[in-house]
Write a protein of this length. Sequence first.
Lengths: 114, 111
Amino acid sequence: AQSVTQPDIHITVSEGASLELRCNYSYGATPYLFWYVQSPGQGLQLLLKYFSGDTLVQGIKGFEAEFKRSQSSFNLRKPSVHWSDAAEYFCAVASNSGYSTLTFGKGTMLLVSP
Amino acid sequence: ETGVTQSPTHLIKTRGQQVTLRCSSQSGHNTVSWYQQALGQGPQFIFQYYREEENGRGNFPPRFSGLQFPNYSSELNVNALELDDSALYLCASSYGGQPQHFGDGTRLSIL
């Protein structure tokens, strides 16, 4: 069975500092990997996805993520965090893109300090 | 392009009651998935509908049921509500090989 681990429940970053959110997955075949962001009271917004090809993927809002098969990781990064980035971030894995189910991690809450 | 819309946004029920949640998929999307997100947790897959047929189900009891209509909108029905059913219920739609797009959810509170 597939699973996702996000080791950090909360992370606090100063505005303007860099950010890395960790994600480790367990899946027997080539995974489809996603990062979603959820603001309070809102649904999930897709930040970026990895299907195949280049292991460094670019997303919206200046985010990027790197797929490392050897480490079963898909960490999310941003070079300079803005106060508006404060939200909860979810990593997810699927066996394919649209038709299969998403298995989510428990999320990482990002707090941005002035 | 209209995104995924869910109704109602909030709902309060008591134990033992039944509830119906609704979802309109994004234009052109023929697959709808439902997820339950308990407080402080990631979303958990309930089931998926593709062209009006159930196309997969997570570890939820039969009192969670659903429908998809010819226009690809969908309903989630929950019978005999329990306190643990209190959660944010998310609907997501997709088409072909594209990623799932989520609505803002329905917050269900059970008293």
